[in-house]
Design a protein around this ligand. Structure first.
Ligand code: ADE
Ligand code: ZN
Length: 350
């Protein structure tokens, strides 16, 4: 077994990936044809080629319009888990979906959430990978629409729905606007996270102070991205000291921005932040959870042992309860020990 195979076979969690961002082009074209949606192009090699972050968000919304029936939702979550289990031994995931992408088509919250759950259950049976769901606020639509969505979520609880997230363009919906929506979610027992300080937005658009607002005003238990916080050492210290996990990606929507991303992730690691690797929108960004660990090895210099530690740290960053975490940790540790025994000795690991 070589290093590449070892990294792909490590058992993993992924705590930040968007269901609408997981469609392979062929599945997307299939659903678009079935549901009569016109795509920007029908070329497998171009559909995930973006001008910038805002172009990417537009394509993502267009993809969401292709997912219509309960069966479509089930297909998307099933294939997402199948692909990640095969490509990178994904064992557990917390997946985002945006109810607000689907409301304009008259799709009920129950249709989407129950469709997604059906796909997760089938994937668990077929591939042994478990998934839980995080409905995510589209911050661009404002506070009132967010409250309506959270009301829908808390009014129709499901065991697999465990948290609340928030995504889309940060400067169009700053964290402080969503205090009420987050309070409602927390009161209903949901855990909370938010996209914040993403590096495809400027420091003015996504400043480090937004991290403080996510912690102090929204009560976030975890953060998605966080790179721009590096501009303010006091914010970095706060996150390091409280140990909050940041889900960071090795890939983003524009290939030319990847080097900057890796530099930021390396600095965040060096600063002692609690990081967990995530794929965000895997086929749209040209990755999968296995490839993300390979990239972290190549570009962040992670050794075999450090990659295993990162996979294990991911378990602690999940929103599983303590008993479930213990069980998952134990099964990861056993699997990792067996894999390490197959790997030729690594100089960096002694
Ligand atoms: N929705 C899906 N991926 C996203 C990202 N990286 N940032 C903001 N919103 C998103
Ligand atoms: Zn994301």
């Amino acid at each position: 077994m070589n290093m590449d195979q070892y990294l792909r076979r490590l058992p993993k969690v992924d705590l930040h990936f968007h269901l609408a961002g997981t469609l392979q082009p062929r599945t997307l074209f299939d659903l678009a044809r079935k549901n009569g949606v016109n795509l920007p192009n029908w070329d497998e090699t171009k559909i995930y080629d973006f001008r910038d972050f805002y172009d990417f968000l537009e394509v993502l919304e267009c993809i969401a319009r292709c997912i219509v029936s309960k069966g479509d939702f089930a297909r998307v979550s099933y294939e997402a888990m199948r692909d990640a289990a095969r490509a990178g031994n994904l064992r557990y995931a917390e997946l985002f979906f945006n109810p607000q992408y689907h409301y304009p088509q008259g799709i009920s919250y129950a249709t989407m959430v129950d469709g997604y759950i059906e796909g997760l259950e089938a994937a668990q049976k077929d591939f042994g990978v478990e998934g839980r769901l995080i409905p995510s606020i589209n911050r661009e639509l404002g506070a009132g629409a967010a409250l309506d969505m959270v009301r829908d979520v808390v009014g129709q609880p499901r065991d697999r729905v465990i948290g609340l997230g928030m995504d889309c363009a940060e400067y169009k919906g700053k964290p402080h606007l969503f205090v009420e929506a987050y309070a409602m979610a927390r009161k209903a027992g949901l855990r909370c996270t938010a996209h914040v300080c993403e590096d495809n937005q400027t420091l003015e658009q996504a400043p480090p102070s937004h991290v403080m607002d996510c912690l102090d005003l929204l009560g976030c238990d975890r953060l998605d991205h966080g790179y721009n916080m590096l501009a303010d050492p006091a914010v970095v210290r706060r996150c390091r000291d409280c140990g909050i996990a940041c889900t960071v990606g090795t890939h983003t929507c524009i290939a030319s921005r990847m080097q900057k991303r890796w530099d930021s992730v390396r600095k965040m690691r060096d600063a002692g932040l609690n990081l967990t690797l995530a794929t965000d929108d895997p086929p749209m960004f040209g990755t999968d959870i296995g490839q993300s660990y390979v990239t972290a090895h190549e570009w962040l210099g992670l050794s075999a042992a450090e990659a295993a530690d990162l996979a294990l740290a991911g378990v602690d960053a999940t929103w599983l309860d303590d008993g479930e975490k213990r069980d998952l940790r134990r099964s990861f540790s056993d699997e990792i020990a067996a894999l390490k025994a197959e790997l030729p000795a690594q100089p960096a690991d002694g």
